[in-house]
Write a new protein. Sequence first.
Length: 182
Amino acid sequence: ADYIWAVGWYNVIPQLMLCSPSPTWVVLNKLNHDLVLIEQLFYGGDGVYVPRDIIETSDQHIVVTGEYYDPFLVPYECQFDPFVLKVNSEGLIVSSQSHDLPIAQEAIVFPNPGSGYLQVKLAVQHRQAALQLFDMNGRLMLDKEINTDLQQVNTSSLAKGIYPYRITAKGKVIGNGKWVKE
């Protein structure tokens, strides 16, 4: 293979490790043969993902297996279900019958929901990006340059509500979704 793939997870609260009330992301890390990290892809954010194993298949796809649970279920139970994530060499999910699987993001926003701030985490291949938050009518409410791999953004001036967001770098959308302010 041309690359070495390593799997990890992001947004883990060490004290709560497995039964965290906060969503986590599976992180696929692409390294060259000198072990230099050249690309990252984030999957998840809709629940708690615990990756356990990674293999490369004969068709040069990557398969990650692990456990998942939804921390938003009521009543709250830390009960895990298995997950299998298969991606091609570009990080696109393949061989899925489900339409609700997470897509690869190269930037993520958390905590979600949040209040006075949010944080933007950029994958290693991006040094800078732009975050745009919109109201539900499509009006631009916040436009912020992101200049570090993890940057806190003040949202205290925004009213409670749902804000679609877009994160762009070099003219390409690298992350999008909806952020909820409580």
